[in-house]
Design a protein. Structure first.
Length: 191
């Protein structure tokens, strides 16, 4: 089992990138399972997380108070380049040590937060745009622990929605989705 954050981020990025590339321009206004975002907003949010968490890996601050529009020019290629920079930043010596950001969270927790966004939001985008997405099993184990640990605080801060019921026989990924307030059976035509 490999539990190095940079390695898990590399796998998550490799699984998220084809989903991002597969979003057609005509789908940017579509709804997503993440109720606060349409596809365009969610792509911009995911880009902003990827860029911001590069700074956090280097021990710098990241500003998440506003989200720029990243969907200009050749944004699909740029997403791949930015996720590669994210992985490199978290692979740097010492990136996964100490505390990060203004909340002074353990570096591993912060890196896992980026992993959560790359995994869950890739699924959100895939569901909204009719694509397939399969998460990484090792990453799921780390994410389950993260949501158990940080979920109550994240819900108070309105970063995560209240959990959804878990259906009998749910997969570990379906359980993770439910813990983040998502229904695994969500379809684009649901209101």
């Amino acid at each position: 089992m490999n539990d190095k954050i940079s390695d898990m981020l590399a796998v998550a990025a490799a699984r998220a990138e084809p989903v991002v590339r597969g979003v057609a321009d005509g789908q940017l206004g579509a709804r997503t399972p993440c109720a606060d975002y349409d596809v365009r907003d969610l792509l911009n949010h995911l880009f902003h997380v990827v860029v911001g968490f590069q700074s956090l890996a280097a021990g710098k601050e990241a500003d998440f108070s506003t989200t720029p529009d990243y969907l200009k020019g050749n944004w699909r290629d740029r997403f791949g380049a930015e996720t590669a920079l994210l992985v490199t930043a978290w692979a740097a010596p010492g990136a996964d040590e100490g505390t990060k950001g203004s909340m002074n969270l353990p570096a591993r927790t912060v890196g896992s937060m980026a992993l959560l966004d790359l995994t869950v939001h890739a699924w959100d985008l895939a569901r909204a745009t009719g694509q397939d997405f399969t998460p990484d099993e090792e990453g799921l184990r780390a994410l389950g622990a993260l949501v158990t640990q940080m979920g109550p605080t994240a819900r108070q801060m309105k970063v995560l929605a209240e959990p959804c019921p878990v259906v009998e026989g749910a997969t570990p990924f379906e359980e993770l989705l439910a813990s983040t307030g998502r229904r695994a059976d969500w379809l684009p035509d649901q209101l």
